[in-house]
Design a protein around this ligand. Structure first.
Ligand code: AKG
Ligand code: FE2
Length: 528
């Protein structure tokens, strides 16, 4: 979906300006010829004027989840209905309509794919995810408020209903109820609220139905009570139905479902280590082979050791990485076997567990990146040299997550050890390089809210800090994979997130990391 693809949203924002200009031309030429413009088109054009006026900085606009939702909603629902209105299949198009349709076709060509309901579903799913993971106040969220960041407009009633309907479609009854409830509350506090308004009735009935679905018919009856005097047939029927299934021992509160990855989500919100454990963590200046260079190491977990190295990449290198990576972005895949309908097996597939854009950069194409490889070697003692066969490391993988972008918990190791037949479809460089022994991950920007890297098995959290890097071993000194390294990237709440992975392989580390004498040997790190 487009929701978390930053550059795609920027394209939409830019192309919308062209559509807007063209629509204005269409309206004035219809008016000049003395005809009437359909009122719904005039209404849309007026509201668009107001919405687009506040977009001064397009980049800042799409950093907010509610703005992103607005943008996609406009394309999938509102613009679509304008097109349907102006485009006339069986009649002779007027010059004005022809001109407008021509612009639409041009824009459509430039965008490649027009945003679809699939993308809007992705956007709804992202809003639900952010609300749940960060336990956002829903009344504020639908009004566009996330911490100190406010969207240009609150969500419209129809937009909130879209998210509730999506929750219903994926059988997330609890979320559907909460979103309808928040909308109903908002309607109640609005000037001119009245029980006989069609929107109010519609939302109240949907809310009552969702209470019923959750097994709380009495709450449904209570919601519909103020509407009794209307003597509305539909409402009366609903109430009679809920009455027939109500029983006296209905609970007061509706239990909130527990999430599948509760520790991941808790860590995304805040650190979960006890104060005693936190008190033992230390920062070190780690000696390197260069006498005057000591690496700033902050230990965030001892067993297994997970560290942040601060200030290991300069702003210039960061800009360079980002700019070359942007040219080659594709939607990230995960390393999964995927059997097609014809039985043909491919590796890597699109999946909602990993929502980001990816680009691979090697020293074969960008020799200047060897300086960064040297920096990693200097700091970790491991060789990060990229080679076309028996490589010591993989290419730099640059990732860009937009709002809602994330990577659910996973292991970085592949299960392919040195000397063991590996994925035959891997390229020569890494097929011959063994396991992903260690992960080095540069943080290339600051994220306004969200986006931490978290390790649920060891209750460890790495907040994003530009210019730093995270480092840990995915295998023990013996070479056994270490499941305690389970980790994930938290959803971006506001802003965007840029990181670059460098996976260090077994090959080439022979005399750099000692294997120890026992199966469970650990490195002799300084300990507190
Ligand atoms: O973005 C993050 O914080 C984690 C990324 C990650 O774990 C990966 O790309 O393997
Ligand atoms: Fe990872």
């Amino acid at each position: 979906d487009l929701f978390s693809a930053l550059c795609k949203l920027q394209d939409l924002l830019r192309e919308e300006e062209k559509l807007q200009l063209s629509l204005n031309r269409y309206i004035s030429s219809i008016q000049e010829s003395g005809q009437d413009v359909p009122p719904e088109i005039l209404r849309f054009s007026e509201s668009l004027k107001i919405k687009r006026k506040t977009i001064k900085d397009g980049y800042r606009y799409i950093e907010h989840p509610i703005n992103d939702f607005h943008l996609l909603y406009r394309f999938v629902v509102e613009w679509q209905s304008v097109f349907d209105n102006i485009w006339c299949k069986d009649c002779e198009d007027t010059e004005a309509a022809k001109d407008f349709n021509f612009t639409v076709q041009l824009v459509s060509k430039r965008l490649g794919l027009w945003p679809s309901t699939y993308d809007l579903d992705g956007a709804s799913s992202a809003l639900l995810r952010l609300w749940k993971v960060y336990k956002l106040d829903l009344n504020k969220f639908i009004n566009g408020i996330v911490q100190t960041y406010t969207a240009d407009q609150p969500m419209s009633d129809d937009e909130v209903l879209t998210v509730a309907k999506f929750a219903d479609s994926v059988k997330d009854d609890y979320s559907e109820m909460r979103w309808l409830e928040a909308l109903y509350k908002r309607l109640q506090t609005r000037d001119g609220f009245s029980y006989n308004q069609t929107t109010v009735i519609r939302v109240a009935r949907s809310l009552a139905a969702s209470f019923y679905k959750l097994g709380f018919p009495k709450k449904g009856i209570l919601i519909l009570e103020p509407f009794h005097s209307l003597d509305n047939r539909g409402i009366n029927r609903d109430v009679a139905f809920y009455l027939s299934s109500a029983n006296s021992n209905e609970n007061e509160t509706i239990p909130e479902p527990t999430p599948k990855d509760a520790m991941y989500e808790a860590l995304c919100r805040e650190e979960q280590k006890s104060l005693q454990e936190l008190a033992k963590l230390r920062c070190f200046l780690r000696e390197t082979v260069i006498p005057y260079y000591k690496a700033k190491e902050e230990v965030v977990n001892y067993e297994p050791r997970i560290a942040i190295f601060h200030d290991v990449i300069s702003p210039t290198s960061i800009e360079h990485l980002k700019s070359v990576a942007s040219k080659g972005f594709t939607r990230s895949t995960v390393f999964l076997e995927n059997t097609g309908p014809d039985g043909h097996v491919t590796y890597g597939k699109l999946d909602n567990v990993r929502v980001s854009q990816t680009s691979w950069l090697g020293t074969d194409d960008y020799p200047e990146l060897s300086r960064l490889e040297n920096r990693i070697k200097l700091t970790t003692g491991l060789s990060a040299e990229y080679k076309s066969v028996r490589s010591h490391s993989e290419k730099f993988q640059v990732l860009n997550y937009g709002v809602g972008g994330m990577y659910t918990v996973h292991y970085d190791y592949t299960g392919y050890m040195l000397g063991i037949p590996s994925n035959p479809l891997d390229s020569d460089d890494i097929r011959t390089s063994g396991e992903r022994m260690a992960t080095w991950m540069f943080y290339l920007n600051d994220v306004k809210a969200g986006g931490a890297t978290v390790f649920p098995e060891v209750k460890t959290r790495i907040p994003v800090a530009k210019g730093g890097a995270a480092f840990w071993y995915n295998v023990r000194p013996s070479g056994a994979t270490d499941p305690r390294t389970l980790h994930g990237g938290c959803p971006v709440l506001v802003g965007s997130k840029w990181v670059s992975n460098k996976w260090i392989r077994e090959e080439g580390q022979m005399d750099r990391r000692l294997c120890g004498l026992t199966e469970d040997a650990v490195e002799n790190f300084p300990k507190i």
